[in-house]
Write a protein that binds this ligand. Structure first.
Ligand code: ADE
Length: 245
């Protein structure tokens, strides 16, 4: 997979991209991440990329020309045309299902804007979809792009070691993850549940499934509104579950 990031602040990505799984997946050649500075496509000598909104109002808006020219240049860097995504609080809310969809693409082009937003013609002209990482306003799309990259890359086959499979992750079947324990067996009078020490894998799987449902009802009942999806991990289908069940 190739991910292009169009940004005014490429340096913001340096540290997150050079640690842990994101570094390993790049080193292994599973993912190619390419940063391009939108300001390099400014057309005037001040390298201006934003301007006041027509009609008045606060803040500065990303101008269409530098973003268009940058996106067109970047698309030509590789034969595979990328799916173009604008990071903005006005976008569709990002979630695990979206991460899974995006992880199946060969190429993504993420555009992180600064300031108050993008000229509307950028979205229309580039045929871009808009994604938000939550109902709050960040200073720019850079951190949102990082969140998306992190969530997508861990789903690429070979990104995690065998022992760290993402199939049991929270949200992978619409539920929070079951509670996890590691050594020691007793810590400050709190004991690991006996079932996890029993060695009975079938019973453990059932216990974990029940716990996942209970925790979801308790902490995130909103996730149960549409029922629970099954995946290859879980034989049972709890499709009629509601928070009140
Ligand atoms: N840019 C500013 N706020 C954002 C958000 N919540 N999600 C994505 N991009 C953003």
């Amino acid at each position: 997979m190739r991910i292009d990031i169009l940004t005014l602040f490429p340096e913001m990505f340096e540290s997150p991209l050079s640690c842990s799984i994101l570094k390993r997946t790049q080193d292994k050649g599973l993912i190619d991440i390419v940063l391009t500075n939108i300001r390099d496509f400014a057309t005037d000598s001040y390298r201006k990329v934003d301007d006041k909104p027509y009609g008045g109002g606060p803040g500065m808006i990303m101008m269409p020309a530098p973003v268009f020219d940058c996106a067109e240049y970047v698309q030509k860097l590789s034969p595979e045309k990328g799916r173009v995504i604008l990071l903005t609080p006005q976008g569709q809310k990002f979630n695990q299902e979206k991460a899974s969809q995006l992880s199946k693409e060969k190429r993504l082009v993420l555009i992180a804007g600064k300031y108050e937003g993008f000229d509307e013609r950028i979205r229309i002209g580039l045929g871009a979809e808009q994604i938000s990482i939550g109902d709050y306003v960040l200073n720019g799309g850079e951190l949102a792009a990082m969140v998306i990259i992190d969530a997508v890359v861990r789903l690429l086959s070979g990104a995690l070691g065998d022992e760290d499979s993402p199939k049991d992750d929270s949200f992978s079947d619409g539920l929070l993850e079951y509670p996890q324990y590691t050594r020691p067996e007793v810590f400050r009078d709190m004991k690991v549940p006996d079932i996890l020490l029993s060695g009975d894998h079938k019973k453990i799987a059932e216990w974990r499934r029940r716990q996942a449902i209970e925790r979801t009802k308790k902490f995130r009942p909103d996730l149960l509104k549409n029922g629970v999806r099954t995946n290859q991990n879980h034989a049972r289908q709890d499709s009629n579950l509601r928070p009140t069940d």
